[in-house]
Design a protein around this ligand. Structure first.
Ligand SMILES: [Fe+2]
Ligand SMILES: [Fe+2]
Length: 445
């Protein structure tokens, strides 16, 4: 391939250069849905100035309607309670700039099947993220789990506004459950915006960051890999939560999301402190169906002593290469990707897809109903298996090793500046090389 064409790929994908002309959007953040349960949901939005707004929720099944006011203020968050499970509701947010309307659905009861999507590491890959949102919004899934690194710098409002603008076509209809990454947690202060923009259960040891939620017959646990694990509050909390959930007959599946994976073939390497804490052994003991992670920008699925894990970190940030070839790693691919999980009774069907929707991996798992006092077992019904992971002959430079206290080395600010800078640098190097070669030829003549 022409090297100049390779250099232009990020430009073609829209990762650099000015943002295409935005529609005249009067709101800083368009309305989106959060923290959905079978009987409640929250709608959030943000106005540019202090405003008093109104919101109306109307059942599409019955004639019930509710109206609430919000403000005066810029950030608006309204919760509706007393709703009916698995039912559609239309909301209309009215601000000084006019009304915005969409339809949301409450969470199902424990008997109903559902689908959720998983992706992560969007950061400054706006073009990829935008394309991915287009794919995801047509899936009609119940909710989305993000594995972290939403933005380059969690301290910058402009980064967050870009994220919410791109993901709004999805988030205005389905709730997105966040996992905090190292880029959001920039020196802890980044969490102020993170907590304001996401509304999730706040009864964990680190409210709205370490939390759990229930959807159908499944319980989801979200951890903070920027905080310690050994002897830490989140470790004790998850142990208790797993024990309670495993004993609850209405809960058939357990899922954990943490930004840094305890197992990975990528260059960042495993989160050793999580392994040292013994928490991964507890996940195994209580029968966690799958652990989701991000941070190493690629796709990977594996199984270690019965514990299934998947890294889906291809939401827009630059893709890494596969560094290791671990026997426990079953499928790896350095590509933009997302995962899709269908939960039906005791069965879960997990599949992973590339940007164009093509199938990258799948596994069907069944949770074996344990007899009294015996540990649950996750049975593999069938699965895809790639025999050899793809390892490029000339991999791109490796990022520095994982540090739980520092953000990723590429902190681009906004607009994908490093891509542009790197592209121009590579172009200059290419032109210099061409000049040297032509000079050499001229001298030989
Ligand atoms: Fe990342
Ligand atoms: Fe990360």
């Amino acid at each position: 391939m022409n090297p100049l064409l390779i250099l232009c790929i990020p430009l073609l994908l829209g990762q650099t250069g000015p943002e295409p002309a935005r529609r005249q959007d009067p709101l800083a953040r368009d309305p989106y849905v959060q923290n959905v349960t079978p009987t409640a949901l929250s709608i959030l939005w943000e106005t540019h100035g202090r405003e008093t707004c109104s919101i109306r929720l109307r059942s599409l099944v019955t004639a019930d309607a509710w109206e609430q006011a919000s403000g005066p203020g810029e950030h608006h968050e309204v919760r509706f309670e007393g709703l009916v499970p698995s039912s559609r509701y239309e909301y209309t947010v009215t601000t000084g700039s006019g009304p915005v309307t969409d339809v949301v659905r409450t969470a199902p009861g424990p008997m109903e099947p559902f689908t959720f999507l998983v992706y992560g590491d969007t950061r400054h890959g706006h073009g990829i993220h935008r394309q991915l949102v287009r794919v995801l919004e047509f899936d009609q899934a119940s909710f989305v789990l993000h594995t972290g690194d939403f933005v380059d710098d969690g301290l910058k409002k402009s980064n967050w506004y870009r994220f919410f603008t791109i993901s709004n076509p999805l988030m205005r209809r389905v709730p997105l459950y966040p996992t905090v990454g190292n880029h959001e947690n920039a020196f802890e202060r980044g969490l102020e915006l993170y907590r304001r923009f996401f509304a999730v259960p706040d009864d964990g040891p680190q409210p709205e960051v370490v939390y759990a939620f229930t959807w159908g017959n499944s319980r989801f646990f979200v951890l903070n890999a920027n905080k310690p694990f050994v002897g830490a509050p989140q470790t004790a909390w998850l142990r208790t939560q797993l024990k309670e959930a495993a004993a609850n007959p209405q809960i058939r599946h357990l899922f954990v999301s943490v930004h840094h994976s305890p197992y990975t073939s990528g260059p960042h390497g495993p989160q050793q402190e999580l392994l040292d804490s013994g928490l991964v052994d507890d996940m195994r003991r209580y029968g966690v169906d799958m652990l989701f992670a991000g941070h190493d920008h690629m796709y990977e699925r594996g199984r270690v002593d019965g514990l299934n894990y998947a890294i889906t970190a291809g939401g827009g940030a630059p893709i890494y290469y596969i560094k290791h070839n671990h026997p426990y790693s079953l499928v790896t691919e350095p590509t933009y990707n997302y995962a899709r999980v269908v939960v039906q009774g005791d069965l879960i069907e997990f599949s992973a897809h590339r940007m164009d929707g093509s199938l990258l991996d799948y596994v069907h798992l069944r949770r074996q109903k344990p007899a009294r006092d015996t540990p649950p077992r996750i049975e593999v019904v069938r699965e895809y298996r790639k025999e050899a992971p793809m390892v490029p002959a000339t991999p791109p430079p490796a990022p520095p090793p994982f540090s739980s206290l520092r953000p990723d080395p590429v902190s681009a600010g906004d607009d994908g500046f490093p891509w542009l800078f790197t592209g121009l640098l590579a172009m200059a190097a290419g032109l210099a090389g061409l000049g040297a070669w032509l000079g050499h030829r001229r001298r030989r003549r």
